[in-house]
Design a protein around this ligand. Sequence first.
Ligand SMILES: [Zn+2]
Ligand SMILES: [Zn+2]
Length: 336
Amino acid sequence: MIAGDVSAVTMKAMEFLSVGSPLQLVERPMPLPEAQEILLEVLACGVCRTDLHIIDGDIKDVLPIVPGHEVIGRVIAKGDQVNRFAIGDRVGVPWLGSSCGRCDYCCHRHENLCDEPVFVGFSVDGGYASHCIADADYCFAIPSTIDDVHAAPLLCAGLIGYRAFSMCGDAMRIGFYGFGASAHIIAQIATGLGCKIAAFTRPGDNAAQCFAREVGCVWAGGSDMLPPFELDAAIIFAPAGELVPQALAAVRKGGTVVCAGIHMSDIPSFPYELLWGERQIRSVANLTRADGESFFTAIAAIPVQTHIEVFPLHQANKALERLRAGSITGAAVLVP
Ligand SMILES: [Zn+2]
Ligand SMILES: [Zn+2]
């Protein structure tokens, strides 16, 4: 192991123990990196809707777990086989913590679909902590132009949102259903590329609709409305299955409806007529490292301003409840 300043012998973390109970602040021994790993001092960690699905038990893996998969950290120690980063470098840790490298998906660079994936803050401890361990091969260098707290939401809301956006192909008129962390980042990139974005929020959520217009959407309204123009594609960011037939009804023939979330409530049955005309519905699962590279290239050309609300680490439960209530404009970010 190559170590920088690892003077602390313990670390702090917000730990998730069981469904229905709040995260607990715990102190643990400082972990040491294995050969391929880096030890990070966490500088900021975004709060993602997936974290709510984890603590609600909608998706299940090991417990106890430290959530957090939008991590910005500084490398303070690294394993012998890590060549990519130096001590002191600032890196980002995304949702896909590592993949097997052997399965058919991994062999074809579809590691987002790996049969034995490792997810940060879900199958291994994440960034709701003062320190965390990450597999160096799955981390990203973070452009120096973006500060820690504004960079954190890029690691999932930005990156997986960008993958969903790329599934829209050459669509120029796109509907965004649900306007939170992910949508507000992708709206800026999409409008920068000349797309017209229609934003759909909970009916009557005027604040979210104003926010959508502020970040470049040409129209914003309730999800029960039809947009003033036909959509080439739609991305559903909200975890609400009833939005699928609504989006299909707004999309033109040949258009695609992309479901961007890891969890969604059941999709109600709908008349085949809504799908007819070669419309498609597809999901987006996780991210590949290539997605990350193209995302960071895109935001170098089209600067993105993330809107954030910062909470101290020990207030993670408060940040999660605010997110659940829909009262966060943009993204919530924890700072140790
Ligand atoms: Zn996420
Ligand atoms: Zn694999």
